[in-house]
Design a binder for this molecule. Structure first.
Ligand SMILES: [Zn+2]
Length: 337
């Protein structure tokens, strides 16, 4: 018996893989795969300075436009991973829940299952379902090595931090750490002094992203969840310039994250980054780009990117396929188990 047990321990200790899950709230596959939208980028109803925005993000071909909007994903990321959801090329990625807004979307991503019976609003209700983060945190190997940083303040409820014991830092809250570094203290102070354009419910993504990066540098967690928010909130506000810039900034952060991962021996060549979103948005009529929910056609259409150690090095999926958001949690478990 003792022999069998030590064998198991040995087998387990061989898995030194790490996963970073990152979500961009309500970011459309249309911009991911074809860049800035011709009808929106020139529309003064949605853009403060159309000339400047066109200069920044407009190119004739969809290929050039997406590379301009998200240069890391389309020039470096594509070489080390797989990118699903370009419906123009036959790759489809869809939600299976019937709600098509945030809490049901995140519940589906994190638990691997839609729950249209219990998850029917964005209210701050503790999730009755168990997320992949909670499951990992229950495994001795990952205990206290699972963390989440989120811009939106509903995440402590979605992840059920009270029950799961997962470290969740979300909304306008300092990241409390007993050994906060100089950088973390500085981020705390800057966050406190930066008013949010979204009221109290969400902070700007820059704080979420750099809290996560600083935490990784110091504590080396094995499972990190980073939940960005700006793309959705700026879209609801009808600000297409800010929506595009939020996506552009997320791509720049992803690059920084990837370069950190590949420079740190704890993570290098052992880390898989998965990106996805909680829902899509509309396209027709034009103004439905701002919205989502099951009354908006196409808001169940999403995408997924997998980069790094355990990604298939296939680049953009161009064959007919139908994938679902429910596969994300399974994928994470298959890497870490
Ligand atoms: Zn929304």
């Amino acid at each position: 018996m003792a022999f069998a047990k030590s064998k198991t321990v040995q087998a387990q200790s061989k898995n030194d893989q790490k996963v970073i899950l990152m979500t961009l709230d309500g970011y459309r596959w249309q911009e991911l795969f074809t860049g800035a939208d011709a009808q929106l980028i020139t529309n003064e109803k949605y853009v403060e300075d159309t000339t400047a925005l066109k200069q920044q993000f407009w190119k004739e071909s969809a290929q050039e436009r997406r590379e301009t909007l998200m240069p890391f994903i389309w020039t470096e990321g594509i070489g080390v991973g797989e990118i699903h959801g370009n419906r123009e090329k036959g790759s489809k990625f869809n939600l299976t829940n019937g709600m098509w807004f945030s809490y049901p979307g995140y519940n589906e991503i994190l638990t691997g299952k839609a729950d249209d019976k219990n998850i029917t609003s964005n209210d701050k209700i503790y999730n009755p379902n168990t997320t992949i983060l909670e499951k990992l945190n229950q495994m001795p190997r990952y205990k206290d090595k699972v963390v989440a940083f989120a811009s939106w303040d509903v995440f402590p409820y979605i992840i059920n931090d009270k029950r799961s014991g997962v470290h969740v830092n979300a909304g306008y809250v300092d990241n409390q750490q007993s050994k906060a570094s100089y950088s973390e203290k500085l981020i705390n102070r800057m966050e406190e002094k930066t008013p949010s354009p979204f009221g109290n419910s969400a902070r700007l993504d820059v704080f979420t992203d750099y809290y996560a990066l600083e935490y990784m540098k110091q504590q080396h967690p094995d499972m990190v969840y980073i939940a960005n928010d700006e793309t959705d909130d700026f879209a609801h506000q009808g600000k297409y310039d800010k929506y595009l810039n939020a996506a552009h900034d997320a791509d720049a952060f992803l690059k920084e994250l990837w370069y950190f991962v590949q420079s740190d021996p704890y993570y290098k060549d052992k880390t898989t980054i998965i990106l996805t979103t909680d829902h899509g948005r509309g396209t027709q009529p034009l103004d439905t780009w701002r919205s989502h929910g099951n009354n908006i056609q196409g808001a169940d259409q999403t995408w997924m990117i997998v980069l790094g150690a355990q990604a298939k090095k296939m680049g953009e999926a161009t064959q007919e396929e139908q994938l679902h958001t429910t596969s994300v949690a399974e994928r994470i478990m298959s890497i870490l188990k």
